[in-house]
Design a protein. Structure first.
Length: 618
């Protein structure tokens, strides 16, 4: 019997623990094509396959973010095992959206018992991927339907307890027929072999006159007859798999550079991690994107200014609030007279047309900015609703915060309408002593050379070539200038050396590390808020999801008890969560609001004159 997971935090912990075991031998399983039967049984027994079952039916009801993290962790450990449950969770959503109460109750019970869904979706020989030849044919003798066809790339079917099959119903509408793996006439052929994912067993499913009871058919076509995010959910799971694979590749590549690879003889470095070519990642990224050289620091902000100007026109100006009419009788979704071209022609962008989709409830999404150079602060003060800055001490941070708020006021904005967050890592445990022991253990795994390479990528400077005890001086580069300033000019009372920078960055990056019991951590967070005048924290991690899980389980209750964190958030949008319910749109003092006002003025003028026209915002 499978374990039943109760919370999102437990789901992340269980996934992390399973991933540790799956990582061992993953490459060998793929190379030798040893199918992961035992590993998938462990996955079933862990309860992870039932985590999206709604709480009302006994599950944890985890959200997309946690599910994505579960898939990412599994995919980073073993890419095949990470992909196999993708269609499992896809078909759980099919049941959620279109199953009957009886169907959901039955299959939710199966999921909580550890049963696995495979898939039989794709077919060869049709005109495109969304066309299906497989059909449900009514069975006049036994009742229900009969099903005959062939499905390809059926990931997970070989390991499944249930095989959902996409087929057209009697009215040529798409259905999902849920068949037991041992149904008479259903055969799974293990004919799959794909490098890197040989053990997904994504083979062929053959259906020969398979009987399908009527209560095992779900009308999947209903999904697409109403506003939906079902396709986005599938792509999200794809992205979680790909992110896990990429994360593992980067981590293993880093291990290779740190522990195995030798430096080029002429580089002058003692280890591969100290080679200039290794740390010059920003400039190389620019070249990989087709640029001859990296765009100069301030020029990038100039491009960003125009980019946001284009976005504001599209989001706030192009569509009137009543442009969407949804009139089925006239077959009209939008009134074209209520949509206008933006006719933007600038130095970096040329966008003549309209915004291509219905605006969201916020129209302009919440604008977050990161970068605390003088040019970055000016950009933040003009556009930012949330600003991420680096910090070392509250005193030095307060100077940056005061400057950003003063610049916002000079732009005509409410200085406290700009929410400012610092990067911070919290290492916590039930007691201060346990937290210090945890921090010491984590510090033992920090890489001195890796920290220098990381800083080199941020700042454009190779500190490994300097005397480790030589004080740093500020120089302009086209990299992240705030990463340079924070260890040179930001705090005149202190001089930093390359050695101190490397040890400071070992855990959490460019931000303070707070170590202690929940009340100790909460005290320190409150001190930062009061002394630096910040609005909150961008939490970094030493381990994931461990650092976050500890914070949620231990520190959040303490902050709530002090009235520092809400128990829930009001409003339906992120902007309402930040500024209060009833405020989904940018405030009047934000530059995006100008385009909203111009659209309203033009609309009013057209209504008075009795004709429609176009207004090009310059």
């Amino acid at each position: 019997m499978a374990h039943v997971i109760a919370t999102e935090a437990e789901a992340a912990r269980v996934a992390a623990k399973l991933a540790e075991g799956f990582r061992t031998g993953a490459a060998g399983r793929d190379a030798d094509r040893r199918l992961p039967h035992a590993e998938l049984d462990a996955l079933s027994e862990s309860g992870l396959l039932g985590v999206t079952v709604p709480r009302a039916h006994g599950g944890a009801g985890v959200g997309a973010r946690t599910l994505g993290e579960v898939i990412r962790l599994l995919s980073a450990a073993d890419s095949s095992i990470g992909q196999i449950p993708q269609n499992h969770f896809f078909f759980v959503e099919v049941l959620k959206q279109n199953g009957t109460e009886e169907q959901r109750a039955f299959f939710y019970g199966e999921l909580l018992a550890g049963r696995r869904f495979g898939n039989a979706l794709a077919e060869k020989g049709t005109r495109h991927a969304l066309e299906f030849a497989t059909r449900l044919v009514p069975d006049p003798v036994a009742g229900g339907f009969r099903l005959t066809g062939t499905k390809d790339y059926a990931t997970g079917a070989l390991f499944a307890h249930w095989v959902p099959v996409f087929a057209l119903g009697p009215e040529d509408r798409l259905t999902a027929a849920f068949l037991p793996r041992d149904a008479p006439g259903l055969t799974v052929v293990d004919d799959w072999d794909g490098i890197g994912q040989r053990t997904t067993a994504s083979g062929t499913v053959r259906l020969e006159d398979v009987h399908v009871p009527e209560d095992r058919v779900v009308p999947h076509h209903l999904t697409f007859e109403r506003p939906e995010v079902f396709g986005a959910f599938g792509q999200f799971l794809h992205a979680a798999v790909d992110t896990g694979i990429a994360r593992a590749a980067l981590e293993e590549g880093g291990e290779l550079i740190r522990d195995v690879a030798r430096p080029w003889g002429e580089s002058g470095a003692d280890r591969a991690a100290g080679e200039p070519l290794v740390i010059q990642n920003l400039a190389s990224a620019a070249r990989n994107l087709g640029l001859g050289e990296q765009v100069a620091h301030d020029d990038r902000y100039e491009m960003a200014e125009e980019f946001l100007e284009v976005c504001y026109k599209l989001w706030e100006y192009s569509w009137d609030d009543d442009a969407v009419v949804r009139d089925p009788e006239r077959g009209l979704f939008t009134d074209p007279a209520r949509i206008r071209d933006i006719a933007h022609e600038g130095k970096h962008f040329s966008v003549p047309g309209v915004f291509l989709s219905e605006p969201s409830p916020q129209r302009t999404p919440v604008v977050f900015q990161a970068g605390a150079s003088p040019r970055g602060r000016a950009f933040a003060a003009r556009h930012g609703e949330g600003v991420f800055i680096n910090a070392v001490t509250p005193e030095a941070t307060r100077r940056v915060v005061d400057d950003i708020r003063a610049r916002a006021a000079a732009e005509g904005r409410d200085p406290y309408g700009v929410k400012i967050y610092i990067l911070l890592t919290a290492i916590t445990a039930p007691t201060d002593e346990e937290a210090r022991a945890k921090h010491a253990d984590l510090a033992s795994y920090a890489s001195y050379e890796g920290a220098l390479a990381l800083y080199g990528g941020w700042s454009g400077l190779d500190l490994s070539t300097l005397d480790p005890d030589e004080p740093l001086a500020y120089v302009d580069t086209d990299a992240v200038r705030s990463a340079l300033a924070i260890f040179s000019t930001a705090d005149p009372s202190r001089e930093w050396t390359p050695d101190q920078v490397a040890r400071y960055l070992g855990i959490g990056g460019i931000g303070p590390v707070v170590v202690g019991a929940p009340d100790t951590v909460a005290d320190e967070l409150e001190r930062w808020v009061e002394e630096a005048d910040i609005d909150g924290f961008n939490l970094a991690y030493a381990t994931t999801p461990g650092t976050f899980t500890d914070f949620v389980d231990l520190v959040v209750p303490e902050l709530r008890a002090r009235g520092r964190m809400p128990h829930s958030y009001e409003g339906a949008t992120l902007r309402e969560h930040l500024h209060g319910p009833g405020n989904p749109r940018v405030p009047e003092d934000h530059p995006a609001a100008r385009h909203r006002a111009l659209a309203a003025a033009e609309r009013s003028g057209h209504e008075r004159s009795g004709h429609e026209g176009q207004h090009a915002l310059k």
